[in-house]
Design a protein around this ligand. Structure first.
Ligand code: NAP
Length: 296
């Protein structure tokens, strides 16, 4: 059978347009959204990624401030910068970029990002709010998966959805978003045993494990829609997902590509969350009310 490709590029374009429109309407209220990206690494691919966010932000009408503290930044310095940004009224969104120096406790730091500015859902408070159905920004990647399924009219309510991975940044928040949409969610992880017994029965499988070739053609059926969140860099520098594309293609109903799938939508959503946060923090009650409907 032929497996449909669920590209994220068109959807990312739609989200970028929506973000530009929102930024323009904020400008009419003399507001220009500001995104702060805090980083503490010399890693080339991270630098490249942060610069790509900066370029995309500028195109969308968002000011992006990169605060590069260097690879030897201490936890105290990072904490102080995050506290200041959280308290700074002109800053609307904050990202703490990983990787961080080895002796820094990322868990402690993300808790310092003000929840209303936590546009990548990193603060445990955001995850807690998602869990109880209160307004919060989910991690952009988790929301990207749901947006892709929506964009391609793939229903999840009452469907059997398997999420592979249970991290606080992808698997857990994604499971909460899917539960909120009435999916029957099964979460697999490194101790749940062979994937096939869960995934072969699934309508939708989302793989977010960071393991090349984890999901193969024998793990899926003809009805399965596969969303590949994984990003793995091969020794030759190419980027692949967690899905063994060669064996899954031709068996599954549909598959998101890597690159060009979840990742493209994720970056676009980070910027959409920034304008939504700016609206939320706006002194105009009418603008703030609109955001409550859009966030999450
Ligand atoms: P993570 O924190 O390392 O978590 C990986 C999860 O996968 C863990 O829950 C782990 O189980 C599970 N796992 C590992 N090996 C497994 C196996 N053999 N079978 C089943 N489950 C297994 O990673 P993450 O931050 O969630 O990221 C996951 C992947 O998504 C990575 O490739 C990452 O680069 C990618 N990612 C992509 C985007 C994007 O925008 N496209 C954004 C974020 C992350 P345990 O809990 O038992 O250890």
């Amino acid at each position: 059978m032929s497996t449909a490709t669920l590209s994220g590029k068109t959807l990312a374009g739609i989200i970028r347009e929506k973000t530009q429109d929102e930024a323009r309407s904020l400008e009419q209220d003399s507001l220009r959204p500001v995104l702060a990206v805090v980083m503490a690494t010399d890693d080339e691919s991270t630098l490249w990624y942060v610069r790509s966010i900066e370029r995309a932000a500028e195109r969308a009408g968002i000011d992006c401030r990169i605060i590069d503290l260097g690879h030897d930044a201490t936890e105290q310095v990072l904490a102080s910068v995050l506290r200041d940004l959280s308290a700074e009224p002109s800053v609307n969104g904050i990202i703490l970029q990983t990787p961080l120096p080895a002796d820094v406790r990322a868990d402690a730091l993300v808790g310092l990002i003000a929840p209303e500015k936590d546009i990548d859902g990193a603060n445990p408070l955001s995850l807690g709010r998602l869990a109880v159905g209160q307004p919060a920004f989910p991690p952009a990647t988790a929301r990207a998966v749901v947006e892709i399924l929506d964009h391609y009219d793939i229903p999840v309510a009452g469907r059997n959805v398997v999420v592979v991975g249970r991290s606080a940044v992808v698997g857990k928040p994604l499971s909460l978003l899917l539960l909120a949409r009435d999916a029957a969610v099964t979460v697999c992880h490194s101790r749940s045993g062979p994937l096939g017994k869960y995934t072969r029965e699934a309508d939708v499988v989302v793989v977010a494990a960071g393991r090349t070739g984890l999901l193969t053609g024998s793990d899926v059926s003809g009805k399965t829609v596969v969303v590949d969140v994984g990003t793995n860099v091969l020794p030759d520098g190419s980027l692949v997902g967690d899905v063994d594309e060669a064996s899954v293609r031709g068996v599954a109903a549909a598959l998101t590509p890597v690159p060009g799938g979840v990742g493209s939508v994720t970056t676009a959503l980070l910027l959409l969350h920034t304008v939504e946060a700016a609206r939320n923090q706006s002194p105009s009650p009418m603008l703030a009310a609109q955001v409550m409907e859009t966030a999450g």
